[in-house]
Ligand binder design. Structure first.
Ligand code: DGY
Length: 327
């Protein structure tokens, strides 16, 4: 019998057509919003596999209602929306899409860094408000990035890619904080692994590239921001809850740090009256790090291949919990 796959959003056709070609019976959620938890569980009950993404809540409640699922394939590199411990206990493999959005997300972090340093979003708003005025020799002053120190919190693929850009464009010194050493980055870029406190104290630009876990949740809080340089720029393109938003607003308002560039917020979507949106030194984007045609196509292909390979060979090429698969 044909396997039934529930596809939780409109994903790029590249991956969907691969699933179709394999003869799977696809149910596509066509609405421009994620399913509610009730809609998701009701539909998933009648399917053997699920393609989902970060806006789908794959928590204990959902998993215990759907223990029959053969596989869950996440369209994202982050999977903090999925209770991996419960999926593993129930023997459900969880696939994901690492590497597909590395360059796209590094570009967004790099772009935010420059945009914050030169107050670009705020300057754009002054023109829209009819406040261009005259050339002002002492107004709107930003900062240069040449020879600054970049601190990476979580130096994996995306952090490495950002560090390469910063080294090549600005000759930056690279510091990083990781549980394990990244010898490739040390050799290629002279990156230096440091304790968290040293990263806070010495970075001119501090960019977050770790996963959201209980250990990293709100690790960038008032205590952390107070240790940073008053001239520092904070960038988060990973997950919003890694920083404490109220503490960030306060740190910017009180001058504990100089600026912030965010592609992720807590909660998402951010409300239009959020103070960060009117601050001179803050630039906010609506979680678009992976939003290039190339990255999204690659993600959809990887998400599809995780399911196809699972049913054809019993292996999942990119899996979060390999222990559930038979050796
Ligand atoms: C991810 O992949 O985790 C991004 O946040 C969305 O592409």
């Amino acid at each position: 019998m044909k396997k039934k796959i529930l596809v939780s959003r409109k994903y790029p056709e590249a991956g969907i057509s691969l699933l179709r070609e394999q003869g799977f019976d696809l149910t596509l959620w066509e609405k421009d919003r994620p399913m509610t938890p009730i809609e998701l569980a009701d539909l998933a009950k009648d399917h053997q596999a699920l393609v989902c993404t970060l806006t789908d809540r794959i928590d204990r409640d959902f998993l215990e209602k759907c223990p029959h699922l053969d596989i869950i394939s996440q369209f994202a590199v982050g999977y903090d929306n999925i209770d991996i411990a419960v999926a593993t206990r129930l023997g459900i493999p969880v696939g994901y899409t690492p590497g597909a959005m590395t360059e796209a997300t590094a570009d967004i972090a790099f772009g935010l860094m420059i945009a914050v340093a030169r107050k670009m979003f705020f300057m754009h708003k002054t023109i829209m408000a009819g406040q261009w005025g005259y050339f002002n020799p002492t107004g709107h002053l930003g900062m240069e990035l040449t020879a600054k120190t970049l601190g990476i919190f979580g130096l994996g693929r995306i952090g490495f890619s950002l560090a390469k850009r910063c080294k090549a464009a600005y000759g930056m010194k690279i510091l990083y904080h990781n549980r394990t050493r990244n010898t490739a980055a040390e050799q290629a870029l002279g990156a230096v692994r440091v304790e968290f406190d040293k990263l806070l104290v010495q970075s001119d630009i501090l960019s977050v590239h770790c996963a959201l876990t209980p250990e990293t949740k709100q690790i960038f809080n008032e205590t952390a921001f107070r240790k940073m340089k008053p001239s520092a720029i904070f960038i988060n393109t990973a997950r919003g809850p890694i920083h404490h938003e109220g503490d960030l607003i306060q740190a910017l308002g009180q001058g504990h740090i100089w600026g912030a560039g965010l592609d992720v917020t807590d909660p998402e979507p951010m409300k239009p009256d959020n103070p960060l949106l009117s601050m001179e030194n803050a630039c906010v984007l609506p979680h678009v790090g992976s939003a290039t045609m190339e990255a999204r196509n690659r993600m959809s292909v990887l998400a599809a291949m995780n399911i196809i390979q699972f049913y054809n060979t019993g292996k999942v090429p990119h899996i979060v919990n390999p222990e559930v698969l038979k050796p």
